[in-house]
Design a protein around this ligand. Structure first.
Ligand code: FAD
Ligand code: UDP
Length: 369
């Protein structure tokens, strides 16, 4: 009998497996239907020997010292600050929009103060800020919104920004200085030997058994366990009884090119051209040196593996029904991006998993008393 059957070997499942096994002495079986651990953060060396992220670019950043210290037990780090360019009007311009973006786009020489005035002159006040359109138009006006955000968002979500919660485009700040980093978090780094190596170390414990290539529904009834931790899509767990919860999917087209460098930045976004949203060149992220280079193009899809919850009011309403059902399901704990239907970054999932662990450990101690 295992203490915990954990569904999913991504961040949520792996952090809980590690904590429960090595801190609480529990016996854990972690099951994933994919042929590997790491969930969407999985990386591997491709045929050319280049380290690539199978499910699109994963850049680690966090303001949480607790999360960074926790993961540092399993990996060394390579300092890395992410930068992105957007292809707009025939130029490659910094995104997040900053002073250089506007000056280069319009051939101007504004100062930060002048840019603040410019934004104020074109911004359209919106109150309250409810949608992803409101966020951008109320800050930089319609023209920059249309050049950088409108079409990228439609391509990525198949929805107009006016149909998506403010939280989606709020992920990308607007700046009046020259800072061209994508993130400003305190800790920004990539696992020195890749994500998969970090997960291998996390799960390397005699109390943890790993079963890959297995949907948990195949073994659930034949493996005795005390409690379950579920990190897959919450609607699937309940056989979509209230209807399918929308998750956005992606198709990743990986290519290896016979030249050392492909593009001038780690990621180039294509808001207005091409069917794909962005191209990532992995060697920038990993620091690897190689005579060839590998890139990935992302094509957004309605069907396929679930990658993104779709933040909009009607989906939140539907999720709440599943959340209520999840609360009533004793002996099963729901955690992670798919199981709690939250557009979480890696660090937020680690934090959520550590919080659940603290709760479970607290509960275990109470039971033991
Ligand atoms: P997942 O990694 O999805 O793990 C869930 C696991 O459950 C999967 O491996 C799945 O196979 C398994 N599973 C599901 N159903 C079953 C079943 N029935 N039986 C068995 N196994 C099952 N975050 C960042 O911090 N920085 C980034 O730059 C970044 N970029 C991203 C880019 C893309 C394209 C995507 C999609 C996400 C990105 N993220 C990024 C977010 C990051 O991937 C997630 O926060 C994190 O991986 C979520 O971990 P998780 O454990 O909740 O879910
Ligand atoms: N976005 C955009 N243009 C860009 C970059 C982002 O319109 O050049 C919008 C788009 O809606 C996207 C969201 O902002 O889905 C969040 O961007 P982020 O880069 O955080 O997306 P992720 O890396 O999670 O796919």
């Amino acid at each position: 009998m295992v203490d915990y059957l954990i569904i999913g070997a991504g961040y949520a499942g792996s952090v809980l497996a590690e904590r429960l096994a090595s801190e609480a002495g529990k016996k854990v079986l972690i099951v994933d239907k994919r042929p590997h651990i790491g969930g969407n953060a999985y990386d591997h060396y491709n045929d050319a020997g280049i380290l690539v992220h199978k499910y699109g670019p994963h850049i680690f950043h966090t303001n949480s010292r607790e999360v960074f210290d926790y993961l540092s037990r399993f990996t060394k780090w390579r300092a890395y600050e992410h930068r992105v360019l957007a292809s707009v009007d025939g130029q490659l311009l910094p995104i997040p929009i900053n002073l250089d973006t506007v000056n280069r786009l319009y051939g101007l020489n504004l100062t930060s103060f002048q840019l603040e005035d410019f934004f104020a002159s074109v911004a359209e006040p919106r109150e309250p800020i409810r949608t992803s359109e409101d966020v951008i138009i109320s800050r930089v006006g319609r023209e920059l919104y249309e050049k950088f955000f409108r079409n990228y968002t439609r391509k990525q979500w198949d929805l107009d920004p006016s149909e998506l919660d403010a939280t989606v485009t709020s992920r990308v700040p607007i700046r009046t200085n020259r800072d061209d980093r994508y993130f400003t978090d305190t800790y920004q780094a990539m696992p020195l030997h890749g994500y998969t190596r970090m997960f291998e170390k996390m799960l390397d414990h005699p109390n943890i058994k790993i079963l890959l290539n297995t949907d948990y529904r195949e073994i659930e009834r034949i493996v005795p366990y005390k409690e379950m931790i579920y990190t897959g899509p919450v609607d699937e767990f309940f056989e979509c009884r209230f209807g399918k919860l929308p998750y956005r999917s992606l198709e990743f087209h990986h290519e290896t090119l016979d030249k050392p460098v492909y593009q001038p930045a780690p990621v180039v976004n294509y808001p207005n051209e091409h069917a794909y949203t962005r191209i990532t060149e992995f060697k920038y992220l990993t620091g690897q040196e190689h005579t060839k280079t590998s890139i990935v193009k992302e094509y957004s899809r309605a069907e396929g593996d679930p990658y993104y919850p779709v933040p909009r009011p009607e989906n939140m309403e539907l999720y709440k029904k599943y959340q209520e059902l999840a609360k009533q399901t004793t002996g099963v704990h729901f955690v992670g991006r798919l199981a709690t239907y939250k557009y979480y970054n890696q660090d937020q999932v680690v934090a959520q998993a550590l919080t659940l662990y603290a709760k479970l450990a607290g509960a275990t101690r109470t039971k033991l008393k």
